[in-house]
Design a protein. Structure first.
Length: 257
């Protein structure tokens, strides 16, 4: 399995990094996790064929994870993609994103490929081409529940972590979470790599997880950054015991499992 970090910033782009997106490739198939902008430009610059990606999985609807969606769709249209694309999306966003596509004239009738936006399912794995995905609900958006209940458009505030399996490898992608303990469920099965954000919870929470849960390799992305764009926690003493297994992702970095 080959993993490419297309965007590694948190919230906004920096001098060194774009918004969140991860590409996983296995058995002549690819899975895109999140589509923060400018994902389309990055895919083109890396020479990724438009028909390689069979699945897009959206962890949650914050714009740094979804802002490139309509341009990605238009890019696939212009490049005459023909392979069907399945988009796993939190159910609360499906109607809105379908409306958005129509609003910007990306009607299904003008697309040269079949686009299916389906609700994220939890509780059991789903087969997506060469990948086996399992979604785990997390509490990243829990802080909004009191607001959305009073807002004109109430929402369930869905957010997910993802376990992706292919070529006998298992990778857990945290998405954005509220506490490191939310990784307990996705890490309960033997995992080869954890890709974790490091901006919404303190690193000591991850260090406090039972050692048997942590896989042999951890890559941090979506990190707190210094003014020059380098990760703030790169030299955090809390992470010192794990430095042999830790990497900090950079845009266009590749990892092979």
């Amino acid at each position: 399995m080959k993993i490419r970090f297309l965007g590694t910033s948190a919230g906004i782009a920096t001098l060194r990094s774009f918004n969140t997106s991860i590409l996983m490739e296995a058995d002549a198939d690819a899975l895109l996790i999140d589509c923060g902008e400018p994902v389309s430009a990055t895919l083109i610059r890396l020479g990724v064929p438009p028909d390689l990606i069979g699945t897009l999985a959206v962890t949650h609807l914050h714009p740094d994870h979804t802002g490139g969606f309509t341009q990605l769709t238009q890019t696939f249209q212009i490049l005459r993609r023909s392979r069907p694309l399945t988009v796993w999306m939190p159910s609360e966003g499906i109607e809105t994103f379908n409306t958005l596509l129509n609003t910007v004239y990306l009607y299904r009738s003008v697309l040269p490929f079949e686009l299916n936006i389906v609700p994220v399912l939890t509780g059991h794995p789903v087969k997506c081409g060469s990948f086996r995905l399992e979604f785990f609900a997390n509490e990243h958006l829990a802080c909004y529940r009191g607001i959305t209940g009073k807002a004109p458009v109430p929402a369930p505030c869905e957010s997910f972590s993802i376990a992706a399996e292919a070529e006998k490898k298992r990778v857990v992608v945290s998405g954005d979470i509220r506490h490191a303990a939310e990784l307990t469920a996705p890490l309960s099965a033997k995992t080869d790599l954890l890709i974790s954000e490091l901006v919404h919870f303190p690193p000591d929470e991850l260090a406090a997880l039972p050692g048997k849960l942590l896989p042999p390799e951890i890559i941090f992305t979506h990190c707190r950054n210094k003014s020059d764009g380098t990760p703030q926690d790169r030299e955090n003493p809390v992470l010192a015991p794990f430095m042999e297994k830790i990497k900090f992702a950079e845009d266009c970095m590749e990892e092979n499992l």
